[in-house]
Design a protein around this ligand. Structure first.
Ligand code: AOF
Ligand code: ZN
Length: 365
């Protein structure tokens, strides 16, 4: 995504205000699909010295106004002559709302700083062009990697027609996710659990396999996050043998099963059934429902199938300083030679209480 010709260079202070716009955008995470989470702040004054935020906004959900509109309303008359920081290229199309590029120029904004271009073919550079045609100075690419990562679900839906898949698990220092006796105490501590709950709030769907459903009967809800919402449960159960009265089957839950499986008991229980003959097929089905991101929470069978088929986009692993000696590995294969180990990119490492969180990407966004 090269910036369109004629865009201006970034200025000192741009990253600071784009960080604020990203924070605004984050308020919409898990709520905007199939639209992107987008944030906007409007700044008056010299952005590298006495710049002052006069308006903020974010996109709350599909069908509602875009981030720029909320920020412009917030700034009111003070938008005139200001700089707008937007995490996604302002739109140029008449969708459910009129073009944001026009709203910004009508409000008299003098300069627009964009983090990432919009991959939506309806926009794709035309938003920047429209702003420039209106005589507005435009800068593109400020905190682009951060913005693209925040918008991974939206970008994945538009570009690949499938949701962004995040594999999450917690393992001991000897690489085990559960004890062999299958009495499943938690591996990681309360801070790790709290972080997981935040991810559940931020991602559209949460997926488990039938093994985990049977063993743990997980609720798959978001707990302890103020204002949190629950992700849509998706249970991969090829033979439809899972208990239709498990806790995961709340409203909106989805059973993904084989085309020829007998899912009569699930259908009778009012569970939505999606038929797919492969994992890629299942992911297209989820995309068709507008789900832009999936948190894969296990277990090893489901994780291994996704990894083996190259369908995991991002990995988030908690490492807990304890040893089991033997137990279940997060992945069961197939084995690779060391030279062909899958290396993560954009790796982050963070300490969370006693645990270490390691994240990274397996695919570019
Ligand atoms: C922006 N700011 O906050 C969002 C944008 O169906 P609509 O009319 O809401 O249009 C959705 C498209 O608009 C979406 O696919 C993306 O290209 C853009 N979303 N654009 O400038 C926003 N949410
Ligand atoms: Zn817009």
């Amino acid at each position: 995504n090269a910036p369109p010709a004629g865009v201006a260079a970034a200025l000192p202070g741009d990253e600071r205000f784009m960080t604020l716009a990203l924070t605004e955008a984050a308020r919409g995470l898990g709520r905007t699909a199939p639209n992107p989470p987008v944030g906007c702040v409007i700044v008056q004054g010299n952005t590298d010295q006495d710049g002052e935020v006069v308006g903020r906004g974010f996109h709350p959900r599909a069908g509602e106004p875009h981030a720029e509109v909320f920020a412009l309303r917030d700034a009111s008359e003070r938008a005139r002559g200001g700089t707008a920081y937007v995490t996604l290229e302002p739109c140029s199309h008449h969708g459910r709302t009129p073009p944001c590029a026009d709203a910004l120029s009508a409000a008299g904004v003098r300069r627009v700083v964009v983090a990432a271009l919009d991959p939506n073919p309806l926009v794709a550079g035309r938003g920047v062009q429209r702003l420039r045609d209106a005589g507005i100075e435009v800068t593109v690419g400020v905190l682009e990697p951060e913005a693209a990562r925040q918008q991974a679900g939206f970008r994945s839906l538009i570009v690949r027609g499938r949701p962004w898949v995040v594999a999450k698990y917690a393992m001991t220092l000897d690489g085990k996710v559960a004890a062999l006796n299958e009495s499943n105490g938690a591996v990681s501590g309360p801070q790790a659990r709290e972080r997981t709950m935040r991810w559940r709030d931020e991602l559209d769907a949460i997926a488990v396999g039938s093994g985990t459903l049977g063993l743990d009967d997980p609720a798959l809800t978001t707990r302890g996050v103020p204002g949190g919402r629950d992700p849509r449960p998706v249970v991969f159960d090829r033979r439809a043998t899972s208990n239709p009265r498990a806790r995961a089957w709340r409203d909106g839950a989805l059973l993904v099963t084989a085309p020829d499986a007998d899912a009569a008991a699930h259908e009778a229980a009012g569970i939505t059934v999606q038929r797919a003959d492969s994992l890629p097929d299942a992911l297209s089905g989820l995309a068709g429902l507008g789900l832009s991101s999936v948190l894969l929470e296990g277990g090893p069978t489901l994780l291994s199938a996704f990894f083996a088929q190259g369908l995991v986009d991002e990995v988030r692993v908690f490492l807990s300083p304890k040893l089991l000696g033997a137990g279940l590995s997060p992945l069961t294969g197939p084995a690779r030679p060391m030279q062909e180990a899958q290396a993560l990119r954009n790796v982050t490492v963070e300490t969370l209480g006693p645990d270490v969180l390691i994240t990274g990407l397996l695919h570019a966004i």
